[in-house]
Ligand binder design. Sequence first.
Ligand SMILES: Cc1ncc(COP(=O)(O)O)c(C=O)c1O
Length: 346
Amino acid sequence: MSKLGEKVSLDWAKIGFKYRNTDFRFRAKWDNGQWDVGRLVEDSFIKLSEGAPALHYAQQCFEGMKAQTAKDGRILLFRPNLNAERMRRTAERLLMPSVPDGLFIEAVEQVVRANHRWVPPFGSGASLYIRPMLIGVGENLGLRPAEEFEFRVFCSPVGPYYSEGGLGSISLAVSQYDRAAPQGTGSYKAGANYAAGLLATKDAIALGADEALYLDSRDRRFIDEAGSANILVLIDGDTLVTPASNAILPSITRRSIMILAETDLNLKVEERAIDLREEFESFVEMAACGTAAVLSPVKRVWFDDEWHDVGRSPETPIMQSLYDKLVGIQSGILCDPGHWVHPIAL
Ligand SMILES: Cc1ncc(COP(=O)(O)O)c(C=O)c1O
C-alpha cells in the first residue's frame, strides 16, 4: 500500500525536528495472549479507554530510528535489529508482551514503503524518523499490567535535532535533577523516563544550553548521559571514553561509533565512569550521540554555576572523522563491513 505520486513538496533543509502526519502507520494488537498480524492504517489517532494503563501508569515504551535515501536511490535503515532487541528488553522490564523481531522489522519496512513519498532525498540533510511504540491499552484501574496492548509504528520526515545541523556544536547544562536511579529504568526506553526529564530540559534551555546533562544519581559526580543522547569524550588525544553506567540508555549510535573509533581511527576505547569535575580539564573533545543527535560536538558545559569550555581548540577533528564515517555508512556512501545498513525493498 502506498499513495501514488511524487515526493511531497517540502523545503527539506528547513523541516526541523517535528511531527508531521504522514500517509500510513502500522498497527498490531495483542489480545488473548497473542499478536495479530497487524496492518497499515491511515488514521493517525488511537482510540483508547480512559482506563488504559499507558495513560495512568506509563505502561508504554518506544524506539527511535531513521531511514535515509542513499545516493543510488536505495532506502536504508541502520541496525534495525538492535532497535527490535532493545524494545524487547524494555517490554520485558515493563511487563509488556515482546514484539517479535520479525513483526517489528516487517512493520517498520511496511511503514517506510507506504510513506515512500515522505522519505527525504539523498543529500538533503533530512531523513525519515521512525517511531515504533508499544502501549498498554484496554481498561484497568488497579496497579497491574494491561491485558491488551497496541504496537504502532509511525514516521515523520525530520531535519537535524539540534538547530545547528551537520556537525554543529552544542552546549549542555548539568541538571539539578536525576534522570534515573541506579537500579531504575534508565537503561530502558520507557516514556516515563522522558516525562521526568522535561523540566530538566526546560531549565537547561533557560540557561542557554541545548540539552540537560545528567550526572549519576548516587554520587552526582560521574557523567551519565544527555536528555536524548549518550556522551563520548576524547581524552589524551587518542582515547575515546564513554560512561559505564547501568542508568543510561544503551545507544545504538554510541555502540557503532565505539567500533568505528577502534577499527577505523585506531583509537583506544574505554567504557568507564567519567568524573566530570576531576577529569574535565583533560577532555580534548566531547560529543553527544544518538539517532536524533547523530554526533554533535559539545563545546560548553554548565556546572557549578558557570560555563566551562571543552578542550583548548574550537576544532573537533576526531569527532568530525567519526561523524563522517558514521554518516557515510548510514547513507550508503562508505562501505559497510559490519552489514549495518538494511536496505528496504521498494
Ligand atoms: C536518553 C537517550 N539516550 C541515548 C539515546 C541514543 O540512542 P540511539 O543511538 O540508540 O538512538 C537516545 C535516543 O534514542 C535517548 O533517548
